[in-house]
Design a protein around this ligand. Structure first.
Ligand code: ADP
Length: 269
């Protein structure tokens, strides 16, 4: 699959209002064949992560952002369901605590970045500090406006120090969000997932889309690129993410450490 269509290059002119969240163009199969393919890709991802964990050289950071109900949890569950849990961590960033708020916005983020041999998945991230903070006016404009530069500098520092960064924006339509939030209401087992703020945020859909648009334009860099993933169809979302990760991680040319001696043919007494 030619996934480069979804990669945002620095200087690309993005208009999220024009991005079709239902689109599934570059895949010729259907949902059933896609699910089988995702299974195979997930096994590939497992192999790559095994080598990464053994080699202890690369640090891999994968960022997930998207509106409420865009499928961040689901994508993480489906894409990483075959990897070895040791060496893979998910960091979820909710509203900051008082302690976190009394430091700079990157303090809690930096604390969770991957070590050598680790793969860390951010479910929400430092991007909330230029999204909800901007839309809900939690800080003055002057403060959040400076953060794009701080974010680019921070990510560049991580990249220079050996972290590979991949960022996924899960793009759903307004209608799809309504359907998903409604289905949570219709299913009492999902009521725990409902946050009254989701409805408040939904009223500001246009403001969020504009904020996401700015984030993607200002922070898709060569060292930490964004991918815009059409996410109305969950299977297409997962297929794209798995594909991109397997392709990108394969290019890191990771390998198992060399053995401490030549053990070929050795028989244990
Ligand atoms: P979920 O990610 O499943 O929605 P939560 O119910 O914990 O999980 O919601 C996280 C909430 O925390 C979101 O509304 C998000 O916008 C908010 N949040 C995350 N980071 C920040 C931040 N830096 N400042 C303010 N709110 C934040």
């Amino acid at each position: 699959m030619k996934t480069s269509k979804y990669l945002v290059k620095p200087g690309d002119n993005i208009d999220l209002n024009k991005v079709d969240a239902d689109e599934h163009h570059i895949y010729k199969g259907d949902k059933e064949t896609a699910l089988a393919e995702i299974k195979l890709l997930n096994l590939e991802l497992d192999k790559l992560q095994k080598v990464q964990h053994a080699e202890k050289k690369h640090k891999i950071l994968i960022v997930f952002q998207g509106m409420d109900a865009s499928g961040k949890d689901g994508a993480i569950r489906n894409v990483f369901n075959s990897v070895n849990p040791s060496g893979v961590y998910v960091a979820h960033f909710g509203a900051p605590s008082r302690d976190e708020l009394s430091r700079d916005f990157l303090w809690r983020i930096h604390n969770k970045v991957p070590a050598k041999g680790e793969m860390v998945i951010f479910n929400r991230s430092h991007y909330e500090d230029v999204l909800i903070v901007r839309v809900q006016k939690l800080m003055p404009k002057l403060v959040w406006q400076n953060r794009y530069k701080h974010i680019n500098d921070f990510e560049q520092m991580l990249a220079n120090e050996g972290t590979s960064i991949y960022k996924f924006y899960l793009h759903i339509s307004n209608d799809e969000q309504r359907r998903r939030l409604q289905s949570r209401i219709n299913n009492p087992d999902k009521h725990w997932k409902i946050d009254p703020n989701d409805f408040k945020d939904r009223e500001k859909w246009g403001d969020y889309l504009e904020a996401y648009n700015d984030v993607i334009i200002k922070t898709s860099t060569n060292w930490a690129p964004w991918y815009i993933i059409p996410a109305n169809k969950k299977w297409y979302r997962d297929l794209l993410i798995s594909n991109i990760l397997v392709t990108e991680l394969s290019q890191l040319k990771m390998k198992y450490p060399s053995p401490k001696a030549d053990y070929t043919g050795m028989v244990i007494k």
